[in-house]
Design a protein around this ligand. Structure first.
Ligand code: AHR
Length: 509
């Protein structure tokens, strides 16, 4: 008897996988921009000063969309100070990260980089220290046709064609007391409604993301969503969710259950949004923009924004070094996101380069992949088409932080041509055998990759990342992993504390 059973059928469909689910995030924070994506003078820099080696890794990671410019940074950002001739731009003191921002990269530099790299931008407006006027002006600057003040400024700055930015965040984490210009739910809801209204009057084709709670642990969680949506329900398309997970006190079992916590969080936000919709007797469904998610040692390694000294010249801030266990958790969080593809069309791994990131760089030096890079890139590559409604029958375990959690999790996608992506996590510390039941459908597994958690302490540098990858990230040998493939059931063996991805085909028999 197998330890768990997973039922797959191409007709059990959950919803199309929006490519924006594999988005990421670049904030003006630490070395994400300067010496991250942008480093003029680096031997890999292009003629615009952006690093080709980093762009190459971003493509390999499979990121189709990048959120910008914050994060907490956006809540005190004056975007007008970072457009126009670079020599006229003044540095400003960013209070979110207590860092002197040189304003060398601004809206035009970012949007043109994104365009050259074929990446969709997701922009955020400042609803902390600013409001309706600056937000609408930025939409006009980005998307307006010639003949109005801000569109003409863009043209004068050398960019004739509108950028056509579709996705816009109405501020960032406005429920958080750490946010510059923090607001209560009524203040924010009213401001978001007015700013969003003006932004859509400039360009009715844009999609708007309203701030949800910055985590499920906020005291205002739930009430915040209800109040904010009561002002903005008819206007916005998505509500944002943010969540970071970390291992506390060596409690691997709880850490490995992070995907279950994320799962509950999504269900609760969906329920809150639908409750507002039901009250309004609305047929509209608000979807989720999970625009910050990752492993981040926020409570155990980060001293807190207000304890940072004032710094300049791209300081090293929150450059978490990841282990194979962190990478297993990242893979499992992606399983959760795929299992909510019907309500989560947009997500952003926070962040992309250097700051809690899958890609690291050294100034003047190499760029390399952290362990978390591998499950992300593999999922972005293999998860295509439609997410399936996968039924998992597996024993649960009791985790201290997140309560009952299944030992095995799974997500699957099928494309129109029958190509299958199958993603499995074994959260237990034992080998498990899993029956993949596919009655009425034929299944074949042709390719596999896995990350196995190790106990190695993380250390900075490409050597460490390569060492972890060599030891923990491997191609699955199908002959020893696929134990049995009969009509209707295929049995696979999963290593302890591991994340596995298979490619293959699944077709109606
Ligand atoms: O991603 C780092 C920070 O985390 C972001 O600036 C903020 O939105 C969140 O609290």
């Amino acid at each position: 008897m197998a330890d768990a059973r997973i039922t797959l059928h191409p007709d059990f469909r959950r919803g199309a996988v929006d490519r924006r689910l594999f988005g990421s995030f670049v904030e003006h924070l630490g070395r994400a921009v300067y010496t991250g994506i942008y480093e003029p003078g680096h031997e890999q820099a292009d003629e615009h000063g952006f690093r080709r080696d980093v762009a190459g890794l971003i493509h390999e990671l499979g990121v189709p969309m990048v959120r910008y410019p914050g994060g907490n940074f956006v809540s005190n950002y004056v975007w007008e100070d970072a457009v126009g001739p670079v020599e006229d731009r003044k540095p400003f003191l960013d209070l979110a990260w207590r860092t002197v921002e040189p304003n060398l990269v601004g809206t035009d530099e970012f949007l043109q980089w994104a365009e050259r790299e074929g990446i969709e931008p997701m922009m955020a407006v400042n609803l902390g220290t600013r409001g309706v006027d600056a937000a609408a002006a930025l939409v006009e600057y980005c998307n307006g046709e010639a003949g109005t003040r801000w569109a003409d400024l863009r043209i004068a700055n050398g960019r004739e064609k509108p950028y056509g930015v579709k996705l816009w965040c109405l501020g960032n984490e406005m429920d958080g007391p750490w946010q510059i210009g923090h607001k209560d739910a009524h203040e924010y809801g009213k401001l978001a409604a007015e700013a969003g209204k003006a932004m859509k009057l400039v360009d009715p084709s844009i999609e708007l993301v309203v701030c949800g709670s910055s985590s499920m642990q906020m005291d205002t969680f739930g009430a915040w969503e209800r109040t904010v949506l009561s002002y903005t329900y008819d206007l916005v398309d998505h509500i944002s969710m943010h969540a970071y997970y970390e291992e506390h006190d060596g409690d691997r079992a709880s850490f490995l259950a992070s995907g279950t916590a994320m799962d509950r969080f999504i269900d609760r936000v969906v329920a809150s949004a639908d409750a507002v919709g039901a009250e309004r007797r609305s047929d509209k469904k608000i979807t989720i923009s999970f625009d910050e998610w990752n492993v981040w040692y926020l409570e155990t390694r980060f001293p807190g924004e207000s304890n940072l000294p004032i710094q300049r010249d791209a300081p090293r801030i929150i450059e978490d070094v990841y282990s194979a266990l962190d990478a297993v958790v990242v893979g499992d969080l992606m399983v959760t996101l795929l299992n909510h593809a019907d309500r989560v069309p947009v997500a952003a791994l926070a962040q992309l380069v250097n700051v809690i990131a899958p890609i690291m760089t050294e100034p003047g030096g190499e760029a390399w992949r952290q362990p978390t890079f591998h499950p992300f890139a593999t999922t972005a590559r293999l998860a295509r088409g439609t997410a399936l409604d996968v039924r998992v029958d597996a024993p649960s375990y009791e985790s201290k932080r997140h309560g009952a959690a299944p030992t095995v999790t799974a997500a699957a996608t099928v494309d129109d041509d029958g190509s299958l992506g199958l993603f499995l996590t074994n959260r237990s510390d034992q080998v498990v055998e899993v029956d993949l039941a596919h009655v009425g459908a034929s299944l074949s597994l042709t390719e596999g990759h896995r990350m196995v958690a190790d106990h190695e302490a993380a250390a900075h540098g490409p050597e460490h990342a390569a060492k972890v990858a060599d030891a923990c990230w491997s191609t699955v040998e199908l002959t020893s992993t696929v134990l049995e493939a009969t009509e209707g059931t295929t049995t696979v063996r999963l290593a302890p504390e591991s994340w596995t991805a298979f490619a293959g085909t699944l077709a109606r028999a």
